[in-house]
Each structure stands twice: as C-alpha cells, then as structure tokens.
Design a protein. Structure first.
Length: 148
C-alpha cells in the first residue's frame, strides 16, 4: 500500500484521519457541485423557462458529473488507495457504476423534491438534501466494494 502523507504526517492506516479527509474532499466536492448547479440552472433557465423541471435535471446531471470527477481524483490522492482491491480498469468501471447509480438517485430525488405535484421545494434546498443522501451512498459503496 502506498504511504499517505499530509504535511509530513503519515496517516496510511489511520481510518479516523482518512474519514475526516473524506469529509473535507466530499465537502469541497459538494460546494463545487452546488456552485455548478446554481451556475447551470441560471444558464439553462435563461434558455428554457417553460421546462423548469427539465432545466433542474440537466443542471443536476452536469454538476454531479463534474463534481464526481473532482471527488474521484482528490479521493484517490487523499483517502483511498487506487488499485488496492481491483485492477485499474475494473476500479474505474466500478466508480462509474457507483456514480451512475448515485446520479440516478440524485435525479430522482431532485424530481421528487422540486416537482410541484409532489413536494415543490426550492431547487437549491432540494439539491442540498439530495446531495446529503447521495453522499452516504457514494462513501459506503466506494469503501465497501471499490477501495480499501
């Protein structure tokens, strides 16, 4: 296993430090996702005001995809060990599978939360709630099935 260090402190086998770093990486990924969601929603709302639900879902999908890439790279640098459980190709495939399931869950939750026929919550509040649920899925599945 490759040694993990930050500021001269080795934390390769310290799960508490790894979890704290996962929360930092995940927290910054959430900020990236929410910021991009707001940006994309603003751009798409100007293009298609009549299809509000569609613009919310498109903004959600794009922001989630970019934030997932951000999270994958930083998670591998600071938290998880690449190639520790699976060969690289299988690992990447599993990350995409987990992320796709997370994206689908995110989209379903956004639809439920924002749909005027169901909950009708504001898009940004809905995004925060959906992100919290999907974060639990992402961490658990990556830790259990993909990385050590």
């Amino acid at each position: 296993m490759k040694e993990k260090k930050i500021l001269g402190f080795t934390y390769t086998h310290n799960e508490k430090v790894k979890f704290i770093l996962y929360l930092v990486v995940g927290g910054t990924a959430a900020l990236v996702e929410w910021g991009l969601f707001y940006l994309f929603l603003s751009i798409f709302s100007g293009i298609k005001r009549e299809a509000f639900t569609g613009t919310v879902l498109a903004a959600t999908a794009l922001a989630f995809a970019i934030a997932t890439l951000y999270h994958y790279f930083l998670g591998n640098v600071f938290v998880f060990e690449q190639g520790s459980r699976h060969e690289r190709g299988a690992e990447v495939s599993l990350v995409f599978l987990v992320s796709t399931i997370g994206l689908l869950g995110n989209l379903v939750l956004m639809w439920i939360f924002t749909s005027p026929r169901i909950l009708g919550l504001p898009p940004f509040y809905s995004k925060v709630l959906a992100s919290a649920v999907v974060t639990v899925w992402n961490y658990g599945s990556r830790k259990k099935w993909i990385f050590k």
